[in-house]
Design a protein around this ligand. Structure first.
Ligand code: T46
Length: 136
């Protein structure tokens, strides 16, 4: 089973001129990129996510603000990650139930390994829990 991993992109530049960070296949992104999307203007009271993916791997980056990501694997193990720097990303592998909450003005960039297909989503928590018994 693939495991979540914090990725350090580093940064180029200086305070006087500003910074750039780079996400590149085979260097810091462990899959071929098929899709990029971004989530923004999320109210602080909202939890997004609440699903897992059958195939899709992702890297999440808090471009602005702070994002709390709670991940659960098919063995029922939970981990909480706080993303608060555009220099850092979180590799979220497939088969991990995710919940995300956002600070005011947070912007989440997601780099994904697949094109969008609703069939790739497991949106029923009971269905996700059942994977524990059947496959692992
Ligand atoms: C994830 C977290 C971090 C599309 O039509 N195409 C897309 O590529 C995406 C990502 C979404 N959509 C549609 C599907 C829904 O009707 O946009 C609507 C909102 O999507 P969803 O409820 O899945 O949004 P989140 O923020 O809960 O989840 C999203 C991603 O779907 C998911 O892969 O891991 O961001």
């Amino acid at each position: 089973m693939k495991e979540p991993l914090l990725i350090d992109f580093g940064k180029l530049g200086d305070k006087e001129t500003g910074f750039i960070s780079v996400a590149q296949v085979e260097k810091t992104i462990p899959f071929e990129i098929k899709r990029v999307f971004w989530i923004y203007h999320t109210p602080e009271s909202i939890h997004r996510g609440n699903h897992a993916h059958k195939q899709t791997d992702q890297v999440l980056i808090a471009l602005h603000g702070e994002i709390k990501v709670t991940l659960e694997n098919v063995r029922g193990e939970q981990q909480v990650y706080v993303l608060s720097s555009p220099e850092r990303g979180l590799f979220v592998p497939c088969l991990h139930w995710r919940k995300l909450s956002f600070s005011k003005d947070a912007i989440c960039l997601s780099i994904a390994s697949t094109s969008y297909e609703e069939e790739d989503y497991i949106r029923e928590y009971q269905e996700f829990l059942a994977l524990n018994h059947h496959n692992h």
